[in-house]
Write a protein that binds this ligand. Structure first.
Ligand code: PLP
Length: 353
């Protein structure tokens, strides 16, 4: 606390990202980073970039990147927004669309950053519990509201909802913006991007951080009809004209161009995820059905907090949340086959497993 802080800042509880410790030989499975390097074209872009160009400002409209993202989905560049990571895209979307007199509807258990934005922007919210199997049922999202947001697949559960259910929600809920956060969609879920042309109130956010191995570059994006994208541009241009630097714009384009490499990485992670799920289940874990690059698992005999500490003592870092209802679970990022084998071997050596 400081007397110099604005009053609204005194009570903020910021988001806590997973730790990035400097421990030799650490197997890092705590922040859903991709274990594989970005596409070779990204290395090429960085290696051949002429630093002299940094004299100039980058393209404030990111036209080439928007064009590439639009082409990828058969949309127009006016239907694409890009930002400094999808966290920024989400923050701008909260500012642009969700500060309404009606409450925002969102899952009780989801990406915890949503609650940080809710507090930051003073938004009234109604949290809707997950079902006993940790799934989201969009039929629960009823009544007048100032917007709806959920992650699909959801985090940290990894469970996805089918596109048909999102379609049904959008047919019913036409008077407020529906944001679908698809940070993990490339690992096996159905994207709502296919519905953008049909529904003017749908915004779909995605990121290069997970499936394109570019968490360190900070590139996120959103698809929506031009009217929504315009709203985001208004807020963005009232805040920071240049959220994406030159290297980020070029690297994202290079990553997007190499579809073969992208598909290989995603397929490999999906295969390793399924292997990991089988192994954890054999050890007695309950593993939720995941369409992401992580699994969310609990063990009936050993508490999540204890398992996290045991793994950490063995230089394997996983994420544990203290939130009631999920505090017995571990969120385990899918790494390489070797890393996951090490995780399973380590767990097998636990005296109670
Ligand atoms: C990782 C993540 C994001 C943000 O990713 P960026 O790195 O900011 O693009 C957004 N939503 C969910 C659910 C995430 O897990």
């Amino acid at each position: 606390m400081s007397k110099f802080w604005s009053p609204a800042i005194q009570s903020l509880v910021p988001y806590t990202p997973g730790e990035q410790p400097k421990i030799d030989g650490l197997i890092k499975l705590n922040t859903n980073e991709n274990p594989y390097p970005p596409a070779p074209g990204v290395q090429q872009v960085i290696a051949t970039f002429d630093a002299e160009r940094l004299r100039l400002y980058p393209d404030p409209d990111c036209q080439a990147l928007k064009q590439a993202l639009a082409t990828d989905q058969g949309l127009q560049p006016e239907q694409v927004f890009v930002g400094n990571g999808s966290d920024e895209v989400l923050a701008l979307a909260f500012m642009a669309f969700l500060r309404q007199s009606q409450p925002l509807l969102l899952p009780q258990t989801s990406y915890s950053f949503y609650n940080v934005y809710i507090d930051l922007f003073g938004i009234e919210a109604r949290h809707i519990p997950l079902h006993a199997d940790f799934s989201i049922n969009l039929d629960d999202y009823q009544g007048s509201n100032g917007g709806i947001i959920f992650a699909n697949p959801n985090a940290p559960t990894g469970i996805s909802v089918p596109l048909s259910e999102i379609h049904r929600l959008l047919e019913r809920n036409t008077e407020s913006v529906v944001i679908v956060d698809e940070a993990y969609v490339d690992f096996g879920a159905e994207s709502a991007t296919a519905l953008v042309s049909e529904f003017p109130n749908l915004l779909v956010t995605q990121t290069f951080s997970k499936s394109h191995s570019l968490a360190g570059m900070r590139v996120g994006f959103a698809y929506g009809q031009a009217e929504l994208i315009d709203g985001l541009e208004r807020v963005k241009n009232s805040f920071n004209s240049y959220p994406l630097d030159m290297l980020a714009q070029l690297s994202a384009i290079a990553a997007l161009e190499d579809q073969t490499y992208f598909n290989q990485c995603c397929q490999q992670i999906i295969a390793t995820r399924d292997w990991t799920t089988t192994q954890l289940t054999a050890l007695g874990f309950d593993v939720l059905p995941s369409h992401t690059n992580f699994v969310f698992a609990s063990h009936p005999k050993v508490a999540g907090a204890e398992l996290m500490q045991y793994l950490r003592d063995n230089r394997i870092l996983v994420r544990h949340f203290t939130k009631p209802g999920i505090d017995n679970h571990l969120r385990i990022t899918i790494g390489t086959e070797t890393q996951m084998q090490a995780l399973i071997d380590c767990l097998r050596n636990h005296p109670s497993l």
